[in-house]
Design a protein around this ligand. Structure first.
Ligand code: GDP
Ligand code: MG
Length: 194
């Protein structure tokens, strides 16, 4: 599909001054650490390791920029909610993420990756409450759905829909089983056109 195979890593940044030029359209991938964001990126872009997957939650602390083509960018934001990390480090990351959202004109939407087994967590709500006032698109990937029974899938989908159906699109997904891949890719393309 258009652009997906051609994705290229551009750079990593740990401060706003290192961000690449703020032009074109950009989609950011956001999620709680260990929700499977790296696995999801690899599935959507059909790569083994576009974004390093790690068994150690919270290792990815940088904002990583990728280009799909001249005017489409994908951004892998640091995961939020690291259990065993100092408050100071957490604040630095929070600052970097909030600076990204406040300054980035190219940002047209967010793919929010959540762990379907946990449902909506307080940290997801903190992000969503921060993001919605920006009035940009939101797509929620309920990841690890392969770990849920059909009835549990319906339950968690219902939970997200009752909270977000007015303001977001939501789908069941599995990065490891590549479930829901085409829906996600189509939605990504649609959001990049904005
Ligand atoms: N069963 C299952 N496991 C997954 C899925 N996505 C990610 N994982 C696993 O969850 C762990 C964290 O994944 P990772 O992509 O590193 O999460 P990140 O911290 O959000 O980038 C790894 O052990 C992955 O193999 C999924 O859809 N289904
Ligand atoms: Mg990761």
């Amino acid at each position: 599909m258009l652009g997906f195979e051609n994705i290229k890593f551009i750079k990593s940044a740990n401060q706003v001054s290192q961000f690449p030029e703020d032009s074109g359209n950009e989609i950011a991938f956001v999620g709680r650490s260990n929700a499977g964001k790296s696995t999801v990126l690899n599935a959507i872009f059909n790569r083994k390791n576009i974004a390093k997957t790690s068994k150690t939650p919270g290792r990815t602390q940088l904002v990583n920029f990728f280009k799909m083509n001249d005017d489409s960018c994908i951004v892998d934001l640091p995961g939020y909610g690291f259990a065993n990390v100092s408050r100071k480090k957490r604040n630095q990351w929070g600052q970097l993420i909030s600076n990204y959202f406040k300054t980035r004109a190219a940002l047209t939407g967010v793919f929010l990756v959540v762990d379907g087994r946990r449902g909506i967590t307080d940290l997801d709500r903190v992000f969503i409450d921060f993001y919605l006032p920006l009035e940009k698109s939101l797509h929620v990937l309920i990841n690890k759905s392969d770990k849920l029974k059909k009835s549990e899938q319906a339950l968690v989908l219902g939970q997200f829909e009752s909270y977000l159906s007015e303001v977001a699109t939501i789908q069941l997904f599995s990065g490891t089983k590549k479930m829901g891949l085409e829906i996600a890719q189509n939605r990504l393309i649609e959001m990049l056109k904005k």
